[in-house]
Design a protein around this ligand. Structure first.
Ligand SMILES: Cc1cc2nc3c(=O)[nH]c(=O)nc-3n(C[C@H](O)[C@H](O)[C@H](O)COP(=O)(O)OP(=O)(O)OC[C@H]3O[C@@H](n4cnc5c(N)ncnc54)[C@H](O)[C@@H]3O)c2cc1C
Length: 538
């Protein structure tokens, strides 16, 4: 009999499979699609043009996972962007961030803000360091039972408390701000000029259907800075070959250890026997038994669609049904005959700004309006668009002389008002996104040779992302750390013995990190070692 079945071959499922197999377990991964990788895949979307379909830029992927899985030896190469960000502005000016230029660029708008940058980065990095230290840890969990059961969790909480106590008072204040405030209030407290607040505030609305002035959005900003590229903290880069290069390397690493990967194998049901998970039934009706079942899915999808609801505690089920999902994200890939030329910085020859994250959203107020409009209208008529041109760093993605663009757009409503369907509005909104780029880069529209469109509904249908939620559940304080996915289940174990979660709906949340997969495997192996919950497992 198999030791473990993993439902879903997203990157976290593959990471979990790798660590379980490395410990000697016999593992099968069942993936619904024809390809593994989940939201981190590369596909040809127009003849001769390939790109990352959903997730498109890399930073959060944990260095330990990269090392343990020997991803470089399995073909992964990550390159840094030549410039972090470029913001074309409505008044004909622009802001560049990165490449040693940030201070002089910000000084164009405010010398006072430029003088504050180093202090800001130091404070933000201090908070990000705490997050970095926590991503590979299992959060302190609320447990049932007496003091003996609670003791390990108390020790964990004590260690965390000690770590926070070891920070300076000023760093603790910053941490409190970042965990409780809105990104807008946080950034207003640091800076005066509009473009720098827009550049930094953009991270707070990525995958977060909210105003940058919504309390809690500062955490989403922080969530996007705890990563690194090739050892450079906070940097974002490109995986050569697209995000699929990461998951293809992961699949190879897992298969080398004997993991069986089956694609086109959707799981229809988790099998229970006397209250514990014993295996699965696929959509084709095949029954596969295993000693443990691990889910890479959004927890709401797992617990409301794949399992006998009568087997779940009523309070758990009620809360899982209300697990907050929905990102406000609209994703496009565009095949281009030539690079865009921006009115504020003309030229179609590849320059550093073409290799950056180009943010079309000039202010926090613009972002707030985008959210308010999407709330009532269904999508923002002045949307936030980040555009990357990955073929400038990776010519393998497009025919010679031509390019691909990733458009990552916010805000759109996960579900349209008045019962309207995304199937009827996908093309209109895609046109709007192209027009939004055209406003800053005349001629962009006529350079478009083909396009791939992912509305929230398409993200749900294609990848199983509930409400198009890119993180498998909103990154709000109510759904983070010891509360991810629920108080009492932050240790990757659900209420059904033998059923674990290893996807982004578990700590530390979404992004291509590999961390939930890594941590879940550790907890499963702990149970194996203790012989607890897993009778019969070697
Ligand atoms: C549009 C978009 C842009 C993003 N941009 C970035 C980015 O640039 N950088 C970044 O770090 N993160 C980004 N993210 C977030 C990141 O991609 C995700 O958080 C992460 O990939 C989720 O990984 P996962 O392994 O937890 O789950 P997933 O990747 O969602 O994998 C789950 C897998 O389960 C499969 N599955 C579903 N149902 C079943 C079933 N019944 N049976 C079998 N298999 C099933 C799915 O097909 C999928 O392969 C983005 C996400 C999206 C959607």
């Amino acid at each position: 009999m198999r030791d473990a079945i993993i439902i879903g071959g997203g990157h976290n499922g593959l990471v979990c499979a790798f660590y379980l197999a490395r410990a000697g377990l016999k593992v099968t991964v069942l993936e619904r699609r024809g390809v593994v990788g989940g939201a981190a895949v590369t596909e040809e979307f127009h003849p001769g043009f390939r790109n990352s379909v959903a997730s498109y830029t890399v930073s959060l992927l944990n260095p330990k996972v990269i090392h343990d899985m020997a991803l470089a030896a399995h073909g992964l190469r990550i390159v840094e962007r030549p410039l972090s960000n470029f913001l074309p502005l409505d008044d004909g000016r622009y802001l560049k961030l990165g490449a040693g230029k940030t201070v002089s660029e910000v000084a164009k708008f405010s010398q006072r803000d430029a003088d504050r940058l180093a202090d800001y980065s130091r404070h933000l990095d201090g908070a990000a360091d705490l997050l970095r230290a926590l991503v590979l840890q299992t959060p302190p969990n609320r447990v049932e039972g007496g003091w003996l059961a609670a003791l390990p969790e108390l020790i964990k909480a004590g260690r965390l408390g000690n770590r926070v106590r070891g920070m300076t008072l000023s760093a603790q204040r910053e941490l409190l701000d970042l965990f409780t405030k809105s990104a807008g209030d946080y950034l207003d407290g640091w800076f005066k000029s509009t473009p720098i607040k827009a550049a930094y505030g953009f991270d707070s609305v990525v995958g977060n259907f909210a105003s940058p002035y919504a309390p809690g959005s500062a955490y989403v900003l922080l969530h996007h800075v705890f990563g690194e590229v090739n050892g450079k903290k906070g940097a974002w880069g490109h995986a050569v070959g697209g995000m699929g290069a990461i998951t293809q390397a992961m699949a190879k690493a897992a298969q080398k250890l004997g993991v069986e990967i089956r694609t086109d194998s959707a799981v229809a049901e988790v099998l229970l026997d006397q209250g514990r998970a014993r295996g699965v039934v696929t959509a084709q009706g095949e029954r596969l038994d295993a000693r443990v079942v691990v889910s890479n899915l959004n927890p709401r999808l797992l617990y409301t669609k794949l399992i006998d609801q009568a087997a779940l505690p009523a309070d758990f089920l009620r809360r899982m049904q209300a697990w907050r999902c929905g990102s406000g994200t609209f994703r496009m890939n565009v095949a281009l005959s030539e690079l865009p030329s921006f009115s504020c910085l003309p030229g179609r020859k590849a320059a550093e700004h073409h290799g950056s994250g180009i943010i079309i959203a000039p202010s926090l107020q613009y972002m707030e309006r985008a959210w308010m409009d999407a709330r009532t209208h269904g999508w923002s008529r002045e949307p936030i668009v980040e555009m990357l041109l990955p073929s400038t760093l990776d010519p393998s993605l497009a025919p010679p002389g031509q390019h691909v663009a990733s458009l990552f757009c916010q805000h759109v409503a996960p579900t349209l008002p008045d019962g309207a369907s995304w199937d009827d509005h996908r093309e209109t909104v895609a046109d709007l996104m192209i027009d939004t780029v055209e406003r800053h880069a005349p001629g962009f529209k006529s350079s478009v040779l083909g396009r791939q469109i992912m509305s929230p509904l398409d993200l749900e249908r294609t990848f199983g992302l509930v409400g198009g939620d890119i993180f498998h559940g909103a990154l709000g304080l109510d759904q983070l750390f010891s509360a991810r996915p629920m108080l009492g289940h932050a240790d990757y174990r659900g209420p059904v013995p033998g059923l674990y979660t290893c996807g982004s709906g578990a700590h530390p949340g979404g992004g291509v990190t590999g961390a939930p997969g890594h941590n879940a495997a550790r907890e499963i192996l702990r149970d194996v070692a203790r012989g607890r919950r897993l009778p019969g497992l070697r």
